[in-house]
Design a protein around this ligand. Structure first.
Ligand SMILES: Nc1ncnc2c1ncn2[C@@H]1O[C@H](COP(=O)(O)OP(=O)(O)OP(=O)(O)O)[C@@H](O)[C@H]1O
Ligand SMILES: O=P(O)(O)OC[C@H]1O[C@H](OP(=O)(O)OP(=O)(O)O)[C@H](O)[C@@H]1O
Length: 217
């Protein structure tokens, strides 16, 4: 991929994560006026449309591609953005993929928290440090709640939305670290170099998401 400054200023490169954000994210970008129709079942990782390229990435890689300027903008969960520590511009809360990052234990668990399993080690360490809890943090990759059920850890820090996973596994939420939703993120240099493409996109997404917020209220 050509570096930011060498790509045509009128062309946008967007980073979208495969998984639960992809479909709604692409639909919002289309509603905001970008000509995207992502193919279903394709193994292609890069999709070309008039004036727009979409890169299909893992969630954690979206802030990296945007911060390093390979993508001009992207969509990612606030949880992943916080964990990445990347100082990208975050102009729009898109209002979907709402969930919260929480401290979770087995119902009725007693004793000190000495080891915590999580996919979010930076956020977890910061949280534990702020509370003076000297627990070890173990980085895991999925089905995080199993760590609390099996004794791998005596608590986990993971996402909660409906609470269905907690109820199905006899777990309880003890504290909320932060709330999350999908965000538009933008490379700061691209905001200047591709101002005439990015400013209208940001404005359209703000307009669309404020409509969504009004409909919800
Ligand atoms: N149960 C949920 N309800 C609503 N939003 C969620 C839920 N779980 C995760 N999210 C949000 O959606 C984002 C993407 O979730 P998704 O399930 O696609 O990721 P994943 O497949 O677990 O990630 P990875 O790429 O690490 O495998 C998360 O970063 C979070 O912001
Ligand atoms: O409160 P709930 O509505 O049950 O949602 C919370 C669950 O959703 C996410 O998992 P996901 O289904 O994405 O699987 P994962 O563990 O592979 O990320 C998250 O990690 C929780 O396990």
């Amino acid at each position: 991929m050509t570096p930011l400054a060498q790509r045509q200023p009128g062309h946008l490169t967007l980073a979208l994560p495969k998984g639960r954000i992809m479909e709604e994210g692409a639909a919002l970008l289309s509603a905001a006026g970008l000509p995207l129709t992502l193919p279903r079942g394709s193994r292609a990782l890069r999709h070309e449309f008039p004036g727009v390229t979409v890169l299909e990435l893992r969630n954690q890689d979206v802030p990296v591609y945007v911060d390093l300027g390979v993508a001009d903008a992207g969509i990612v969960g606030k949880d992943v953005l916080i964990e990445s520590g990347r100082a990208v511009y975050e102009p729009v809360d898109l209002g979907f993929a709402r969930c919260r990052l929480s401290l979770i234990r087995e119902v009725g668990a007693r004793g000190p928290v000495t080891r915590v399993g999580t996919k979010y080690p930076h956020a977890a360490r910061e949280y534990l440090l702020a509370r003076g809890l000297p627990a070890e943090v173990v980085k895991l990759s999925g089905n995080i709640e199993l760590a609390a059920l099996t004794g791998l850890a005596d608590a986990v820090i993971d996402l909660v939305q409906t609470g269905g996973t907690l109820r199905a596994n006899h777990l309880e939420e003890l504290d909320v670290l932060f709330e999350s939703s999908a965000r538009l993120i933008v490379n700061r240099a691209a905001l200047k170099l591709r101002r005439e493409r990015l400013r209208p996109l940001i404005a359209a997404l703000r307009e669309l998401t404020s409509q969504v917020a009004e409909e919800r209220a």
